[in-house]
Write a protein that binds this ligand. Sequence first.
Ligand SMILES: O=C(CO)[C@@H](O)[C@H](O)COP(=O)(O)O
Ligand SMILES: [Fe+2]
Length: 227
Amino acid sequence: MAPTCKIGPSVLNADLSQIAAESVRLLDSGADYLHLDVMDGHFVPNLTFGHPVVKCLRTKVPEAFFDMHMMVSKPEQWVEPMGQAGANQYTFHLEATRDVSGISRKIKEAGMKVGIAIKPGTPVSEIVPHIDLADMILIMTVEPGFGGQSFKTDMLPKVEFLRKNYPELDIEVDGGVGLANIDACAEAGANMIVAGTSIITASDPGKVIRTMKESVFNALNKVHLER
Ligand SMILES: O=C(CO)[C@@H](O)[C@H](O)COP(=O)(O)O
Ligand SMILES: [Fe+2]
């Protein structure tokens, strides 16, 4: 099945004291899912929130799809608590584990989809042996840890490689994505788009989401017509 286009705002740079209201605002603006950045102060030099916050947020937005971006050193430790808190997808970093198949199994047993992320310094070839285990591959387009960084264009060949070899795979990009580079992301083959600052700070977030969706939709259609 051809991948579908989805836009998932990251709430990292939103007013986190208002995380529920911000989430509702983004969903009402057309977000397809919410990308929730979990940082442990060890895998990355920053701290955010964990499963207790996710559990509370779930009660406020019962229908939303939660894509957990787990920037943590022990991803296996949080699988069950996140599943119980209401997470839908658990995206861990390849760099944080030696047991990709074990953790993927655990995620599925907890009723979630499996996402595997790679940092900018990790070659795409390292993810290849694990693709069959994953529902989604996340190509980081900044160093994980902070919102508001500049997009790394030199990560796009990783996306192109994956799209060429895995036409049905969900491929997500995350970090510095905005209207200036959405066409490049879409043409490379990304179909799941995470955007924080560019959506959160927009005067009309709905317009940014619609423009991004259109860009990805057109690129996916073009590939489909060319086949
Ligand atoms: O995972 C991360 C950062 O580590 C991202 O999800 C960013 O937080 C997205 O924010 P922008 O780069 O779009 O501002
Ligand atoms: Fe993220």
